[in-house]
Design a protein around this ligand. Structure first.
Ligand SMILES: [Zn+2]
Length: 131
């Protein structure tokens, strides 16, 4: 028995297999379990972190990611996306009535967004995109 780190291609193939079977996976830890199980063979054991699986899933075009979050510290400075480490874009919204400005940050890679109270991701749900 030997231990391996899978390539991105191997992870992507495992994601196709797992999501075709389950369609929706309710958490990153559950997905990690399923992916590692799917990669394992009699001779080889694979080890991959949930974070790496999430990044491959975000870069693939057949998975939709739903981000559940809680409110975080408004004073916290976000320099990059907490989900995929992508760049956050500042979006200013002017409201028609008071002229108040609300500032949001958005990630164009994974769809994460946050307002003043920095959303802290707590759980990820992975869906197979419908064709
Ligand atoms: Zn992102």
């Amino acid at each position: 028995m030997s231990y391996h780190i899978p390539s991105d291609e191997q992870i992507e193939k495992a994601l196709v297999k797992v999501l075709n079977k389950f369609h929706t996976v309710q958490s990153q830890s559950k997905l990690k379990q399923l992916i590692n199980k799917s990669l394992d063979t009699k001779k080889n054991r694979y080890g991959v972190t949930g974070e790496r699986i999430r990044k491959v899933a975000i870069n693939s075009d057949f998975i939709r990611l739903e981000i559940h979050s809680r409110e975080g510290d408004p004073k916290k400075l976000l320099t990059k996306c907490p989900v995929c480490e992508g760049q956050l874009k500042k979006v200013k919204n002017l409201t028609i009535w008071g002229g108040e400005v609300t500032i949001e940050f958005r990630c164009s890679t994974c769809g994460y967004w946050t307002g003043k109270k920095k959303r802290v991701p707590t759980r990820y749900v992975f869906y197979l995109k419908k064709k």
